[in-house]
Write a protein that binds this ligand. Structure first.
Ligand SMILES: [Zn+2]
Length: 270
């Protein structure tokens, strides 16, 4: 599943090709994504992409009359290709530009989304209830401590709650808790402020490192042979249950929390 760093790398990858480019055609091959693609997207023809932002895992293409919101869901990828490129299975949506460049969404599982926010209004409330961006200034010292007060939920589940902070998916919650030396089952409200501040720093570091690594290892978004994949990263605990801790060599353990896998070192994480 694409996580925040992959969406950010996607944003950076497509921006130079799409920014200030005018839409010539909108092609909907299959409108049945997580929500149906609205017919309003046809109003984009003749409009120019003014900016491309990201909020949580939503890509936001800004036009004069509104915002095109795109989400990659579980299995989505976006490529920048020439409009004549052969359509393959699961290529559900194209945004074609006057210079022939095309933004093409492929999504086998169709949990992704393409929505139109007319006049930039978020009527479905997808964006308005989200917590702060982990790399933004609002996610700062004292924030997690304030939010965690009296909360009995395990810290791992707490971090993955989009109302607390967005974009800390399962991989990054595991990695950050390992690097912060915090046991994933610890009640959020039982962790002192200095440890939560350290965790805040580590979450930022882990996500920034992933974005940096993704930017250098990803295939060019304009490549037509093979889609820009989700990048493999060097991870300390995620996917390493039963293997040795890189710090102390103890065997990493795995448990299920909120139906997701948590891997931790019983020695390094307290
Ligand atoms: Zn260890």
């Amino acid at each position: 599943m694409p996580e925040l760093p992959e969406v950010e790398v996607c944003r950076l990858g497509i921006s130079p090709h799409v920014l200030n480019n005018k839409v010539s055609k909108v092609v909907v091959r299959n409108a049945q994504l997580r929500w149906p693609i609205p017919t309003d997207v046809q109003t984009l023809v003749g409009q120019m992409v003014k900016s491309i932002d990201r909020r949580a895992k939503y890509l936001l293409l800004r036009f004069d009359s509104g915002t095109l919101l795109m989400h990659l869901g579980m299995s989505g990828t976006i490529r920048v290709i020439d409009k004549g490129t052969t359509v393959i299975k699961h290529d559900h949506f194209d945004l074609q530009f006057i210079n022939g460049t095309t933004l093409r969404l492929n999504d086998p599982r169709r949990f992704g989304a393409v929505l139109w926010l007319d006049n930039h209004q978020d009527e479905l409330g997808l964006l308005s209830k989200l917590g702060p961006e982990p790399l933004g200034d609002d996610f700062c010292y004292g924030y997690l401590f304030k939010k965690a007060k009296n909360r009995k939920v395990p810290i791992k589940t707490f971090l993955m709650n989009n109302h607390i902070v967005v974009g800390v998916g399962n991989i990054y919650a595991n990695e950050a808790l390992f690097q912060a030396g915090i046991l994933p089952t610890t009640k959020a409200g039982d962790i002192n402020e200095s440890r939560l501040n350290k965790l805040t720093d580590i979450i930022k570091q882990v996500l920034r490192a992933a974005i940096e690594q993704g930017g250098t290892t990803l295939k060019d978004f304009t490549q037509t042979d093979g889609k820009p994949g989700y990048f493999a990263q060097s991870l300390f605990v995620y996917g390493r249950a039963g293997k040795g801790c890189i710090t102390c060599r103890a065997t990493l353990l795995e448990i299920r929390q909120a139906n997701r896998s948590s891997v931790y070192c019983p020695n390094c994480q307290k």
